[in-house]
Design a protein around this ligand. Structure first.
Ligand SMILES: Nc1ncnc2c1ncn2[C@@H]1O[C@H](COP(=O)(O)OP(=O)(O)O)[C@@H](O)[C@H]1O
Ligand SMILES: [Mg+2]
Length: 472
């Protein structure tokens, strides 16, 4: 399986953890070797003690004998926790006490110098200590002979001990290793969390939010990347702003001459002599009116964008009452609706419904939605402007029973200069819903269009996500 090292997390974990496992295995092996030496030395010391105590109990006055040998050996066995093999014999093997033929070391023994060696004795692996002494009183039958004392024990007891200590060390190492893996994983996750949070934040941004990303909260290693991205965004923002500025200026420049032209056409109409001239001038004035409307909406869009820029530099949001805004919009548009003999109704809760936002922008958005309904519905249609409180959302909703919009038109709603099927017969700029869309984004609301109730007409909603405590 090829290592996937394209993530920081797996790189760290795949390199750090095997390295630590290898290191602890090596250290375990080395300490095992050292421990074996130490354990041998300690066990040998107790064998040497046993040698010594046998030595002081050996009697030679009337042949080779040992005082209280079994009492003493029993005591020894208790301390070594295994059978103690011992042998006391003259060097010429003429007299012998204890375990016969306990193996001697390969090298000849020097007097009074104990040696330690491993040997096999009737299928038992023994560790034996041996010493040769010269008796203080010479033995009657072999006066020149040295006495050889041997004490042995099974190696299993020290092997068991070693095994136990090694197991303990292993257990400790494994626990340490687990703690280390946990810490490293937690560390890696913690270290990478700000990166994840920042990605999340950027992903949740509105499409034209080009504010720089705050690099302070991020790990120092990532800051250069963020700074590069910020620089890139700044260039892009500057370019967009220049284009926006050009659009603003152009619309402004157009507005004044258009108004003047409109007045002039008005004047020309009053002077017109024939009906045909009046008709032609009337057509020109209609075109002019819609062009003025277009420029007005372009200026409106520019103002909305301007507000968006200011907002991103953290202008405080106000608490606004949606009911009050709806009443205000309805008041402004009521006369237009009456002229088309429409049934224009308001359906508001009897208490204020507060959201965070910018009042004049929201009024502009609601006004655009209602104006569309009035514009595209036939005479006598029914329009309802309502504020609805749902679980986690507050909606401003405009229902009408007019021609509605096709799914294709709904999909493209909010695109600048895009006009729908119902728009063909009417004059318009195709900017209204684009303005609503931008305002919705600035105010963190969601614009949605769907077929109206009963599948006729249109339902347009501006939904605000709220948290229970700030619903009103
Ligand atoms: N209430 C509505 N009923 C039917 N069609 C609508 C309604 N509101 C908007 N539309 C359609 O959406 C299109 C885009 O609207 P808008 O962006 O306000 O531009 P405009 O009104 O200038 O055409 C309109 O051309 C129209 O086809
Ligand atoms: Mg419109």
């Amino acid at each position: 399986m090829p290592l996937k090292l394209n993530s920081l997390k797996s790189t760290l974990l795949w390199i750090l953890i095997p390295a630590v496992i290898l290191t602890s295995l090596t250290s375990l092996w080395v300490s095992g070797l050292e421990l074996r030496d130490q354990v041998n030395a300690a066990f040998d010391r107790s064998l040497a003690g046993a040698l010594r105590s046998i030595e002081v109990n050996v009697r030679t006055e009337s042949g080779l004998a040992m005082e209280q040998p079994f009492y003493m050996l029993e005591f020894l066995e208790l301390t070594t926790r295994s059978t103690v093999f011992f042998r006391v014999a003259t060097e010429d093997n003429l007299s012998e006490i204890g375990y016969t033929e306990l193996p001697l070391p390969d090298q000849p023994l020097l007097t009074n110098q104990p040696v330690f060696y491993n040997a096999n004795y009737f299928d038992d692996d023994l560790r034996i200590a041996a010493v040769a002494i010269r008796p203080s009183t010479a033995l009657p039958y072999s006066p020149d002979a040295r006495i050889i004392i041997q004490v042995g024990e099974r190696v299993t007891s020290r092997d068991n001990f070693l095994e136990q200590v090694m197991l303990q060390t292993l257990r400790k190492d494994i626990i340490l290793l687990l703690v280390f893996v946990l810490l490293v994983s937690a560390g890696v996750i913690l270290a990478l969390r700000p990166l994840k949070e920042t990605s999340e934040k950027i992903r949740n941004r509105s499409f034209d939010d080009l504010q720089p990303i705050e690099p302070e909260t991020l790990p120092r290693e990532i800051r250069p990347l963020i700074q590069a991205i910020n620089l890139h965004m700044e260039r892009y923002a500057r370019k967009t702003q220049a284009q926006q500025q050009f659009l603003d200026d152009a619309s402004h420049q157009l507005r004044t001459p258009l108004s003047v032209l409109n007045m002039q056409v008005d004047y020309a109409r009053s002077l017109a002599r024939t009906d045909e001239m009046r008709e032609v001038l009337g057509a020109i004035q209609n075109r002019l009116t819609s062009t003025i409307q277009l420029t007005n909406q372009m200026v409106a869009l520019a103002r909305v964008h301007d507000a968006a820029e200011k907002l991103r530099s953290r202008a405080p949001r106000e608490r606004v009452d949606l009911c009050e805004l709806c009443e205000q919009v309805a008041g402004n548009l009521l006369s237009t609706a009456r002229r088309k003999r429409m049934d224009f109704g308001l359906d508001l809760p009897d208490h204020p419904v507060m959201v965070n936002g910018i009042g004049w922008l929201l009024a502009e958005a609601i006004s655009n939605i209602v104006a569309n309904a009035i514009k595209y519905c036939p005479e006598g249609a029914c329009i309802t402007l309502a504020v609805i409180i749902e679980n986690e959302r507050i909606c401003v909703q405009v229902d009408d029973n007019g021609p509605g919009m096709s799914p294709q038109d709904i999909a493209l709603a909010g695109k600048r200069f895009r006009r729908g099927e119902s728009g063909k017969a009417q004059q318009g700029s195709g900017l209204g819903l684009a303005i609503v869309q931008t305002i919705a984004e600035i105010n963190r609301a969601e614009l949605s269009l769907e077929p109206g109730p009963g599948a006729t007409g249109l339902r347009v909603r501006l939904a605000f996500r709220v948290y229970p405590e700030s619903s009103h």
